[in-house]
Ligand binder design. Structure first.
Ligand SMILES: Nc1nc2c(c(=O)[nH]1)N[C@H]1C(S)=C(S)[C@@H](COP(=O)(O)O)O[C@H]1N2
Ligand SMILES: [Mo]
Length: 318
């Protein structure tokens, strides 16, 4: 039997062919006669075109500070992993092709308030943005310390109101091989998919980031919105999200599907459990190349260890 998954870009594709959404904001205003002439305020307030995400720089939440230096902005924004644009670390120029205006996000599945909404409007609905300093630890053993701007992921859960049967939040990145050449590499299971158990998603640390270093998110770092889950290896922090889906079952993530013998669902940082290809006891800080010890749960044990009490260890760390 042939089982076909409904392509996840289905909804965004529909929107892309809706002319009012397809045109950029400026083009649209031009088409409509500029400066509100003949435009009712209702139309101006509609989601027919997108406004940029605003509120930078946001106030720092001092509950999330770190005892090591902040990584230089140039290093955090030019050494990136974004396989949609290639497997090299220097894809930041290629990523500029990503068009984030408009950017429609779909929330669906087992929730009471499904919606398809422009990213900037979604952020507005989730409350005031804040800045947090987090450690970031890639499984390849490089690390950085970054001031992210955004909102707690818990606010998205409140907005969507998951049904009691929902146990997982599944997230997906855009799919468009015409802008992202890496997506022409058919051996990868595009689009990039990640997931969290709902209690992980509701944890205070889970963050939906809209920016870095007090500015809106650079494309190469996952504009316009990405996940940041700092107690997990970096690959869990999915970039450029177009879909949040509430499900009964855990998804098969992009990296699980690519190399199931190397990557698991939880992927919590643990310096004592080596990956097949990289030791995990130390990490190299971007910029200075200093080697420092990796910490259990990347230093966030106090906030997250309780989530995994009583669970078998062999599934928690990859
Ligand atoms: N869609 C998507 N999200 C992604 C990736 C990717 O290739 N595609 N790479 C992941 C990995 S492996 C890491 S380490 C972080 C890197 O984030 P940064 O480039 O902003 O440092 O993004 C994660 N999110
Ligand atoms: Mo990574």
């Amino acid at each position: 039997m042939l089982i076909r998954k409904r392509p996840s870009w289905h909804i965004s594709e529909n929107h892309a062919t809706d002319e009012a959404v397809y045109l950029s904001r400026r083009q649209w205003l031009k088409t409509a006669g500029i400066a509100g002439v003949g435009l009712s305020s209702g139309l101006l307030n509609s989601a027919a075109f997108s406004a940029p995400i605003t509120g930078f720089p946001a106030k720092r939440n001092t509950a999330y500070t770190i005892d090591r230096d902040i990584t230089a902005e140039v290093d955090a924004t030019t050494y990136t992993n974004f396989y949609e644009f290639g497997s090299a670390k220097n894809i930041w120029r290629k990523a500029q092709k990503l068009n984030t205006d408009p950017w429609m996000v779909t929330i669906d599945g087992l929730c009471d308030n499904p919606m398809t909404i422009d990213a900037a409007d979604l952020i507005k609905k989730m409350g005031d943005m804040e800045e947090r300093l987090y450690r970031h630890r890639c499984v390849e053993a490089w690390a950085m310390t970054v001031p992210w701007t955004g909102v707690p992921l818990a606010n998205l859960l409140k907005l969507a109101s998951p049904k009691p049967e929902a146990k997982y939040l599944v997230m997906e990145t855009f799919l468009d091989p015409s802008v992202a050449p890496g997506q022409k590499q058919s051996w990868y299971p595009w689009p990039y998919v990640e997931g969290l158990r709902l209690d992980e998603a509701a944890n205070e640390l889970s963050f939906l980031a809209t920016g870095l270093y007090g500015r809106e998110m650079p494309k190469q770092n996952g504009a316009p919105i990405r996940l940041v889950v700092p107690w997990k290896y970096g690959f869990k922090s999915i970039k450029s999200i177009v879909k949040f889906h509430f499900a009964k079952e855990a998804p098969l993530s992009f990296w699980q599907e690519t190399a199931g013998n190397e990557y698991g669902f939880y992927a919590n940082v643990n310096p004592g459990v080596p990956h097949k290809r990289w030791r995990q006891d130390t990490e190299r800080l971007l910029g200075t190349n200093e080697r420092v010890r990796t910490q259990m749960f990347n230093g966030y044990q106090e906030q997250v260890a309780h989530l995994y009490e009583g669970m078998p260890h062999n599934i928690l760390y990859f």
